[in-house]
Design a binder for this molecule. Structure first.
Ligand code: PLP
Length: 383
């Protein structure tokens, strides 16, 4: 059978065969435990926390397929996926190299929780693989990066970083939340583990929190065992919702790619806007890399307002369509000021070094009609 493409995998991969009682959509197995079968080890007992109910197995198959990975496991949140993956390979005394523009929760996990376990991290700029290589020590075990970074939507030198990890025997991990497998499949670039906040694009409806780890079978097996012990399993009803949301990932993300490009272009030409950060604009420092690596430029962008922080604070509350809220990847267009949300924990100096000004506004482009989204921004910028 020829290899099926992503949109077909989203609908059919991982589905139980034969269909359970003929059910066309996956039923919810709202049960904590199952009759004992021929269980081999503890991890093979069928029990909700052991991540092996029919709802889990279907999701694991579907997510592995769309990432082009050997295996996958779902978790109770994106942070559960990230912390479980890292804790499954790191021991006290180990060292990690990670890109400097990390998701806030991941940054805190490295700086506070992993540091307390005696695990050190060195940060490198996402487009400087030479600096990443220079930071490698004999104790380095993991290379960690993100496919598109918040909030300037930078695209790391992913193929070079994956090659570096392989050359030095490091486990390479990439958080693929922002790009989604519709726009980027990191396993094909050589990454060992791909992590997701499924809260965002994978589910796509702003109505649940979930995560996923996909990648090499042996590494996913170790991560699943760690997850069995840490206990951050996804409940069956949320599995069902994520399963339903996933089916429309392709159509949603392609629509968001188109709308975000239209909005980025409209904002770039607007007299009240200083700068637009979107990898689909030729003005973005990673535009060429984005053309090479991405199938679409994604639904995330940010822009700097000419009027400064106060004007930006007013603007995010003034839209008629766009909602002033953190998070991303849902049907509603969301706007947020990173200095007030994701980057609030940093000092103004740290924010400036990260390129996050008070006038910066981040946009998660939703599924509304693109002309209405553009009109909402243009009208609100004028007022
Ligand atoms: C939201 C997010 C996370 C954390 O996910 P949760 O589902 O909120 O735990 C991790 N990485 C990125 C890039 C995110 O946007």
């Amino acid at each position: 059978m020829s290899k099926r493409r992503l949109d077909t995998q989203l609908i059919h991969a991982g589905e139980p065969e034969p269909r359970i009682e003929g059910a066309v959509s996956m039923p919810i197995f709202q049960t904590s435990t199952f009759e004992s079968g021929e269980a081999g080890s503890y991890h093979d007992l069928r029990y909700l926390r052991l991540n092996n109910t029919p709802n889990h197995l279907a999701l694991h198959g579907k997510i592995a397929a769309i990432e082009g990975a050997e295996a996958a496991v779902v978790t109770a949140s994106g942070m559960a996926a990230i912390s479980t993956a890292l804790l499954s390979v790191l021991r006290p005394g180990d060292h990690v190299i990670a890109q400097s523009t990390l998701y806030g929760g991941t940054h805190s996990l490295f700086m506070e929780d992993l540091a307390a376990l005696g695990i050190e991290v060195s940060l490198f700029p996402c487009d400087e693989p030479a600096q990443a290589e220079a930071a490698i020590r004999p104790s380095t075990k993991v290379l960690y990066c993100e496919s598109l970074a918040n909030p300037l939507v930078q695209l790391a030198a992913l193929p070079e970083l994956a090659a570096l990890a392989s050359k030095h025997g490091l486990v390479s991990m990439v958080d693929n939340t922002f790009a989604s497998p519709v726009n980027l499949r990191p396993v094909a670039l050589g990454f060992d583990l791909v992590l997701h906040s499924a809260t965002k694009y994978l589910n796509g409806h702003s109505d649940l929190v979930a995560g996923a780890i996909a990648g090499r079978q042996a590494l996913v097996d170790v991560a699943r065992r760690k997850l069995d012990h840490l206990g951050a399993c996804l409940d069956p009803h949320t599995c069902f919702l994520l399963h339903r949301g996933l089916k429309t990932l392709g159509v949603r993300v392609r629509h968001q790619n188109t709308s975000a490009l239209a909005l980025a272009q409209a904002l770039e030409g607007h007299p009240n806007v200083d700068r637009v950060h979107y990898p689909g604009l030729t003005s973005h420092p990673h535009y060429e890399r984005a053309c090479e690596l991405l199938e679409g430029f994604g639904g995330m962008l940010s822009f700097e307002l000419k009027g400064g922080g106060d004007a930006a604070a007013r603007l995010v509350r003034g839209f008629s369509l766009a909602v002033n809220a953190p998070s991303l990847g849902g049907p509603e267009t969301l706007v947020t000021r990173p200095c007030d949300t994701s980057h609030k924990g940093m000092t103004p100096q740290e924010r400036e070094a990260a390129g996050v000004s008070d006038a910066l506004i981040r946009v998660s482009v939703g599924l509304e009609d693109p002309q209405d989204i553009v009109a909402d921004f243009v009208t609100t910028l004028q007022s």
